[in-house]
Each structure stands twice: as C-alpha cells, then as structure tokens.
Design a protein around this ligand. Structure first.
Ligand SMILES: Nc1ncnc2c1ncn2[C@@H]1O[C@H](COP(=O)(O)OP(=O)(O)OP(=O)(O)O)[C@@H](O)[C@H]1O
Length: 241
C-alpha cells in the first residue's frame, strides 16, 4: 500500500529572529538568528544550556516580547507587524502559557483562578471541565495554599487550556517539582496534546523529558544547533529523572 506523505501544517515560522539586550556597557545577543518552524499538533521540547535563548524565543512566539530583528509568523499573520493591542488579542485568543512558578491568585480557589481566564475568552470551556481534564475535579474549591506544587501547576495548566488555545507554551513546567510530581504534570501536557492537538512547546533543563517529544530542538548561544525527530516517544510514566 502506498504510504501517504503528509505535509505538516506550519503554525509558527521564524526567520532570522534576533533579540539584543542593550544594557549600555554590553550588548547581549539573546537570540542570534533563529529560523524555526513549529507544526500543528506537535509536542516540541526545547533544550539547551542556561542563557542559550529558549525563554526569549518562547516569549517572542507567545507575543510577550518582540524580536529586535527578523520575522515571526503565526500561520499567515506576521506577528512582528502587530501593534500592542493586536499582540494582546493574539495572546488572549491563541496562546496558553505555563510557567515554572504557577502564578495563581492566592485568594481565589482553583475554580476562580481558572474562571479569571474563561470570563474573557471567546469560546472557553467551563472552569470545571478544565479542572477535570487535569485531574482536579475533586479539588475545585481549594485555595492554592491547600494544594501541592504539582496540583497548583495543574491548576495553572487548566487555566491555560480553558480558553482552548491552539498553542500551549510551557517554560520549565516541572522545574519546581520533584520527579514523581513532575511526571504527573507531563502526563497532563501529553494528554492535552493528544486529546486536542494543541501545539505544545516545553522548555526544560531535564534532558530526559526529550523522550516524550515529537521533536527536540536544541539551543546553543542564541541559535538552534540541532533538531531531532523522535521515531518512538515515551509516555511520561516511562521517564524518570
Ligand atoms: N531583560 C534582559 N536584559 C538583559 N539580558 C537579558 C534579559 N533577558 C534575558 N537576557 C539574556 O539573554 C540571554 C538568553 O536568556 P534566556 O532567558 O532566553 O535563556 P534560557 O536559555 O531560557 O536560559 P534558562 O535556561 O537559564 O532559563 C541570557 O544571556 C540572558 O542573560
């Protein structure tokens, strides 16, 4: 039987992206010419030494920051041309963020934290559904201080996915967690990626996490030094560190 070759659908494309921080005395080239394509539905892991530019690129893709030079497209829209208002709308409508520290509002319950996002989204799922998806159906009315680190991160993921974003950008999502709890968080990310086809980018310092990715993108000195495709992927439960 003929094997169909499918052309991957490109969600993000960057061309020659640079980011220079001019601190007066020195210029720091956080990104020094990044050409990258990210595909619809993929789970990509970004690896690389500290300071190699991973977070800078993630923030530019998500519209939290702007490139100094070069182009960034989200589908057929060039993000580099958007004004601040349009950039805010792009973020709100298309991107979910998950950070190392969960940034939950301490005085609000899990349900209310997720509700902050669903109140302003175009086609959100109910906060309860998002919390059930991350395995917190029984903890909806708990405050962050009553939840473990892994549970708080899962609330943060519920908040990120409740608006049904096309893109989920995760910067060190397991960085503050022990291995067993980190695996639970990765299982949630993998499940969201499988279930909804949400294009997911995960920055990590933990090289083992590469094994759950479709593709592994390696950074070095503000550039992409290597891209690997995983022929076989591991389930998060098979990963240990
Ligand atoms: N606001 C800033 N002002 C000056 N330099 C900055 C700023 N933000 C980042 N940098 C520098 O840009 C470079 C890239 O930083 P970035 O945070 O993207 O790296 P990273 O690969 O994500 O690192 P880590 O893994 O430690 O988070 C670093 O040298 C960093 O010091």
């Amino acid at each position: 039987m003929r094997k169909e070759s499918r052309v991957p659908e490109i969600v993000f494309r960057t061309q020659g992206v640079t980011k220079v921080y001019d601190t007066g005395a020195v210029k720091v080239y956080a990104l020094a010419g990044v050409d990258l394509e990210l595909y619809a539905g993929e789970l990509a892991v970004l690896l690389g030494p500290s300071g190699s530019g991973k977070s800078t690129l993630l923030n530019i893709l998500g519209g939290l920051d702007r490139a100094t030079d070069g182009q960034v497209w989200f589908r057929d829209r060039e993000l580099t041309h958007l004004n601040d208002r349009e950039m805010t709308r792009f973020r709100r409508d298309h991107v979910g963020f998950v950070f190392q520290f969960y940034n939950l509002v301490p005085s609000l319950t899990a349900r209310e934290n997720v509700g902050l996002v669903t109140d302003v989204a175009i086609d959100p799922m109910p906060p309860e559904e998002a919390l059930r998806l991350v395995g917190l159906g029984a903890r909806m009315d708990h405050f962050p201080a009553e939840l473990s680190g892994g549970e708080q991160q899962r609330v943060a993921i519920a908040r990120a996915i409740a608006k049904r974003p096309e893109i989920l950008l995760c910067d060190e999502p397991t960085g503050a967690l022990d291995s067993a709890t980190g695996v639970q968080v990765l299982e949630v990310l993998r499940d969201i990626n499988d279930r909804f086809g949400t294009t997911t980018v995960v920055i990590t310092h933990n090289a083992e996490i590469r094994r759950m990715a479709h593709r592994v993108i390696q950074f070095q000195d503000g550039r992409i030094s290597d891209v690997q495709v995983n022929e076989t992927r591991l389930a998060p439960s098979e990963i240990a560190w």
